[in-house]
Design a protein around this ligand. Structure first.
Ligand code: PLP
Length: 398
């Protein structure tokens, strides 16, 4: 079979075929699930050199099986990258990628709008304990990022759009400005996934995704991926993953790969449903602002339109000023919006979020309560009916 990664096939074709090797698996279409700890070798010499770079095959279950490698190959093909490393969760991928490129005494620049645990756990705990100085920057800084680079800056970390408040970063202006500085650029691309945005084509070095979300797509597995453009970065990322003993479980890699086969049709539907719901929300008196870059009056719209080919199902809503009890009354009574962390599955979700607690470089100026919706694959008319009922509860309690 032609290698889809190296061919001119379009992305839905790539997604349908990448990572498949029926000729190696008795004609069976899907790569089997290998459960493994021990891997045996024919000679002592091969055994004793098994974990020396280059890492290119099964050595021990922890460092990967053909199930994991097939999943990694498919993710790489989606991104047009060089190679991918799978992790046991999105947060593990963030911590693993960050740790690969920093050391004691370094300075790193992290977008102010990143996912909460990237800020609190990875930056505030792991990196701080390792003696790495983290500076949060305004995500809208663009080419101005270069002015923040010091002699000891090793990493610029992006997330676009940002968690909770959905600011879109000018990724190409940033990577262009950072050329020649030696700084490694990382991005959390979970919102768009490689389906709607391909950061490597915009000059980013390392793409991180919580595959738990749209890649798996069914709210039933934890998984992360790190995709890179060069063999040097792959060896560094894989070597660090091996050092930490990260292991992406074979059943979860199988689910990740299965999810990729339908990520295109799912995301196109999430996009359609979310745009319909976001537009409806904009017309409500209870809503101050909908934060969703695919809306023409969103501050990130022009950049989104330039760089992305679609939008996912996740959005933020700032409500009119109201007590928490009114928000709780609204959320508690929804039939179709579960209250829960995560997103990217087929179902709709909601939670209250607090951007004011998470911003320093670009302080949050909103005064109303903020709610995050994940718009799933239900009929949007039913979701809108649910939201309308919710606003009645909200109004009765404020
Ligand atoms: C933007 C973003 N990145 C990373 C993660 C972490 O992924 P995981 O839950 O798989 O650890 C999340 C989880 O919600 C997220 O929203």
């Amino acid at each position: 079979m032609t290698d889809p990664k190296k061919s001119a096939y379009r992305q839905n074709t790539i997604l349908a075929h990448a990572g498949l090797k029926p000729e190696q698996n008795q004609g069976i279409v899907n790569p089997p699930v290998y459960h493994a700890s021990t891997v045996t070798f024919p000679t002592l010499e091969e055994f004793e050199t098994r974990d020396k770079p280059p890492y290119n095959g099964p050595q021990y279950g922890r460092s990967g099986t053909p199930t994991q490698f097939a999943f990694e190959e498919a993710v790489t093909a989606l991104h047009g990258g060089h190679k991918t490393v799978a992790y046991p969760s999105g947060l593990a991928a963030i911590a693993g990628a960050m740790n690969t490129f920093v050391k004691n005494g370094d300075h790193v620049l992290v977008a102010d709008t990143v996912y909460g645990p990237t800020r609190g756990r990875v930056s505030g705990n792991i990196l701080a304990r390792a003696g790495v100085e983290v500076e949060f920057y305004d995500p809208l800084i663009g080419a101005g990022i270069k002015d923040l680079v010091r002699d000891n800056t090793t990493v610029v970390y992006m997330e676009s759009p940002g968690s909770i408040t959905f600011e879109v970063q000018d990724v190409s202006a940033m990577t262009e400005a950072l050329k020649g500085t030696g700084v490694v650029t990382l991005i959390d691309n979970t919102w768009a996934s490689g389906y709607f945005f391909k950061p490597l084509a915009f000059g980013v070095d390392v793409v991180i995704e919580a595959a738990t979300k749209y890649t798996v797509g069914h709210s039933d597995a934890m998984l992360g991926t790190v995709t890179v453009a060069t063999e040097e970065h792959y060896q560094a990322v894989k070597g660090m993953a091996n050092s930490y003993g990260y292991h992406a479980a074979p059943d979860d890699c199988y689910l990740g790969q299965r999810g990729l086969r339908t990520i295109g049709v799912r995301l196109e539907q999430h996009y359609k449903n979310a745009l319909e719901v976001a537009t409806w929300l904009q017309g409500r008196d209870e809503v101050k602002r909908v934060m969703y870059p695919a809306l023409a009056d969103d501050p990130g719209y022009e950049l989104w339109k330039r760089d992305f080919t679609g939008a996912s199902g996740l959005m933020g809503v700032e409500l009119v000023d109201a007590p928490k009890a009114a928000v709780a009354a609204m959320l508690d009574g929804y039939d179709l919006f579960g209250i829960g962390a995560s997103w990217g599955g087929y179902e709709s979700l909601v939670l209250a979020s607090y951007p004011g607690k998470l911003r320093t470089a670009r302080p949050w100026t909103g005064t109303g309560p903020v709610v995050r919706y994940h718009i799933g694959l239900e009929d949007p008319a039913d979701l809108i009916d649910n939201l309308e009922e919710g606003f009645k509860r909200f109004n009765a309690a404020r």
